[in-house]
Design a protein around this ligand. Structure first.
Ligand SMILES: *Cc1c(COP(=O)(O)O)cnc(C)c1O
Length: 223
């Protein structure tokens, strides 16, 4: 997209969502120039899903950017982002949480995390099963990890245009979020909604959306 298009798409997008909703601008596959256009229009939270890209972009772009990791995170890659990552969206195992805690400690910081919940009916989506979530959060081991903070939940709905199904998947996650929040004061973030389904997600209680193509244009993976 051209310079003015990214800026105006961003500003238009921001004005169309409630002010309590945090916008993660998903910049995966996009060059630094595009990110800087959004940055200069006021955007500070960006999301990436490849460790190598994230590390390179963090090194070269302004230091007040809050970088969110939104992809499936492999345990052996946590160390590369532990010094700077602001929020990790997609925790789906105790093994991963243990490693994040260890690397956070080495960096003398606490890393904010969201648990990814499997709400989609598709097999391809990662995440903790809804009926295992409360047991996971209240386990002694999770409670003992002192350098991570579990701030909420993240989910991806099915890849469908069926609004009834999307609403039901987002609604299910919202219900879980609000139930767990009662006994977890750190819970403050419900990350759900992307370019195609963010309106429904916000209607169903989302307060953080992850939007890429509506701001930066379609991605070209063949480049
Ligand atoms: C790519 C991606 C998004 C953004 O998708 P768009 O449809 O471009 O808005 C959101 N969340 C996750 C986890 C992603 O991988």
């Amino acid at each position: 997209m051209s310079a003015s298009t990214i800026e105006s798409a961003l500003l238009k997008f921001k004005s169309s969502i409630p002010s309590y909703v945090d916008l993660v601008a998903v910049s995966k596959t996009k060059p630094n120039e595009d990110i800087l256009l959004a940055y200069n229009a006021g955007q500070r939270i960006f999301g990436e899903n490849k460790i190598q890209d994230l590390v390179l972009k963090q090194e070269t772009l302004p230091k007040d950017i809050e970088w969110h990791f939104i992809g499936h995170l492999q345990t052996n890659k946590v160390k590369y982002i532990a010094p700077f990552v602001s929020l990790i969206h997609a925790i789906d195992s105790i093994k991963l949480l243990r490693e994040i805690n260890k690397r956070a400690k080495q960096n003398e910081r606490t890393i904010d995390c969201l648990l990814q919940v499997k709400i989609a009916q598709e097999d391809s989506k990662f995440g903790i099963y809804p009926d295992e979530l409360e047991g996971f959060i209240t386990s002694n081991e999770v409670k003992s990890l002192s350098n991570i903070s579990i701030n909420g939940l993240m989910g991806m709905a099915s890849n469908t245009k069926n609004d009834v199904q999307l609403k039901s998947e987002f609604g299910q996650l919202n219900l879980l979020y609000n139930r767990i929040k009662i006994s977890n004061p750190a819970f403050q973030t419900l990350s759900m909604g992307m370019s195609g389904d963010y309106r429904l997600a916000i209607d169903e209680g989302s307060n953080m959306i992850r939007v890429g193509s509506s701001i930066f244009g379609a991605r070209n993976y063949s480049k």
